[in-house]
Design a protein around this ligand. Structure first.
Ligand SMILES: Nc1ncnc2c1ncn2[C@@H]1O[C@H](COP(=O)(O)OP(=O)(O)OP(=O)(O)O)[C@@H](O)[C@H]1O
Ligand SMILES: [Mg+2]
Length: 269
């Protein structure tokens, strides 16, 4: 189970060089990437983090993965506080980042096994797991190839296998269907449904997307993020009812692109 409460983070961005005045200190602007995001993702469910470009999805997930420190708020993974016990929290988490971040000189298998070793697995156990994940993700033919030159879909599969190598109870995916064709997208959806099911371990799955069809097809519940705030949460049916719309795209546009004042209420988990 993943719980995020009132998360916030801003970044200092240096002013553009052209705007610097000589002899004066370059002024920095502050980008408030995440203002107030809350989320509760239970086990055995797929929770969608749905928001437009720049809404704060990646920054939220990077904080959860311990890559960026929050300015405020609290995050727990299976009740373990990410700030106080980061290694313990991270060992319960499998993360597919938006950049995928594979080592190009290593083969797909080496990428997966190396990550398993970092998580404390023996090489034999990590190799066996790499092979079973490769079967599940239909990428057995890729295992012995260097990832340099892999297509987007091949990189995504390898990165997903790497994220799952230590069989984490919680899986976090940043825009996993980006760049995937229809067959690869359907295969990924099937894999996520399996991981959600009791046979697949009833994992807690959180994935970010800006595609509402993904949410409609896959998610048990959704948190809508806009301008760095979680502005609504519930099932697709609940959000349709709340907005009085029959089409989820219409409901999303109303929730995510409402004028700022109505966005002031964050979701309390
Ligand atoms: N390291 C950083 N430095 C400066 N600004 C940042 C940084 N990281 C994120 N931001 C800004 O924070 C905002 C939220 O970015 P984020 O990547 O979290 O959005 P997103 O919801 O993932 O968007 P997308 O759908 O385009 O991936 C954006 O305005 C972005 O420019
Ligand atoms: Mg993003």
């Amino acid at each position: 189970m993943i719980q995020i409460e009132h998360l916030a983070r801003s970044f200092q961005v240096p002013a553009a060089p052209g705007k610097r005045l000589s002899f004066k200190r370059a002024r920095a602007t502050v980008v408030q990437a995440v203002r107030d995001v809350s989320l509760l993702a239970p086990n055995g469910q797929i929770t969608g983090l749905l928001g437009p470009n720049g809404a704060g999805k990646t920054t939220t997930l990077r904080m959860l993965a311990g890559l960026v420190q929050p300015d405020a708020g609290r995050m727990t993974v299976d009740g373990v506080d990410v700030a106080n016990r980061p290694l313990e929290a991270l060992s319960r988490l499998g993360v597919l980042s938006d950049s995928r971040g594979l080592y190009p000189r290593l083969t797909a298998r080496e990428n997966i096994v190396y990550y398993g070793a970092l998580q404390g697995m023996t090489r034999d156990a990590a190799n066996a797991r790499a092979e079973s994940l490769a079967r599940m993700l239909d990428m057995a033919a890729l295992l012995e190839r260097r990832t340099d030159g892999f297509s987007q879909g091949e990189r995504m599969k390898t990165a997903l296998a790497r994220a799952l190598v230590h069989d984490p109870a919680n899986i976090v995916l940043d825009e996993p269907t980006n760049g995937l064709d229809v067959i690869a997208t359907r295969a990924l959806r099937e894999s996520l449904r399996l991981l959600r099911s009791p046979e697949g371990g009833a994992k807690c799955i959180v994935f970010s997307t800006h595609i509402m069809q993904e949410v409609e097809r896959l998610c048990d519940s959704v948190v809508v993020v806009a301008h760095g705030r979680s502005v609504a949460e519930g099932t697709v049916a609940e959000l349709l009812e709340r907005t009085g719309k029959s089409d989820f795209e219409e409901a999303f546009v109303e929730l995510a692109f409402a004028p700022e004042p109505s966005l002031q209420t964050g979701v309390s988990a």
